[in-house]
Design a protein around this ligand. Structure first.
Ligand SMILES: *Cc1c(COP(=O)(O)O)cnc(C)c1O
Length: 221
């Protein structure tokens, strides 16, 4: 991409975001120098889908930004993941939460996590079904080295962002419902939803974290 464009893209996106909404730069397949340019533009959170890929960028960039894991986390990658990430956005089972808890306990760490909601109930997708979410949150809340701080959802992908709206609004309803439960140790601070083509709709529906890749870095090759 033309030099300076990534930076300009970030600046333009940040300019248009409401005060309370945080931008995650979804960095899969991007080089460290592309990520650095996004950071120069004002990005404070990098989202990574693969632990191995993140490890390379993290080695160069380190803690000057926050790192969010937004992919599907395999249990054999948990140990490495908890060394890098500030938030794991995609916890969707008790087993995964227990694995994270165990590794964190060994390091004396507490990991902030979001629960990934499969808002479209798509069998091929990750995430807990909405109706099973509260039960899962209550179980994870008992793990002492994990703190549930919000929800994340993708929603079914579609050309028209309006198609995503009901999935976002249902996830916001679930977010409010969990908040009302006042589960000990659980705070519903963050609702992560919306990508390049859907983030404006997501913000309308209550997202306070948006995860944007293409609109920052250009099309993935
Ligand atoms: C790639 C990715 C994004 C960003 O997608 P774009 O359409 O490129 O903005 C957001 N969230 C997750 C989980 C992703 O994997």
């Amino acid at each position: 991409m033309e030099t300076g464009l990534i930076r300009k893209n970030v600046e333009a996106i940040l300019e248009g975001l409401p005060q309370n909404v945080e931008l995650v730069a979804a960095a899969k397949t991007r080089t460290t120098s592309e990520i650095e340019e996004a950071i120069e533009g004002g990005v404070g959170i990098i989202g990574e889908n693969y632990v191995q890929e993140a490890a390379g960028a993290f080695r160069d960039i380190g803690h000057k930004v926050k790192w969010h894991f937004i992919g599907h986390l395999q249990k054999n990658k948990v140990k490495k993941a908890i060394e890098i990430f500030d938030v794991i956005e995609t916890v969707d089972s008790l087993k995964l939460a227990e694995a994270i808890n165990r590794k964190c306990a060994a390091l004396g760490k507490t990991m902030s996590v979001f629960i990934e909601i499969n808002s479209g109930k798509e069998s091929q997708k990750s995430g807990v079904y909405p109706e099973d979410a509260i039960k899962l949150v209550k179980k994870i809340a008992l793990l002492s080295n994990i703190k549930v701080r919000g929800l994340m959802t993708m929603g079914p992908l579609s050309g028209d962002p309006e198609n995503a709206r009901p999935y976002f609004s249902n996830t916001k309803e679930l977010f409010d419902k969990i908040k009302k439960e006042e589960i000990a140790g659980v705070t519903m601070d963050y609702l992560s939803m919306g990508m390049t083509n859907s983030y404006k709709v997501a913000i309308d529906e209550g997202a306070n974290i948006v995860r944007i890749g293409t609109k920052i870095f250009g099309d993935r090759g």
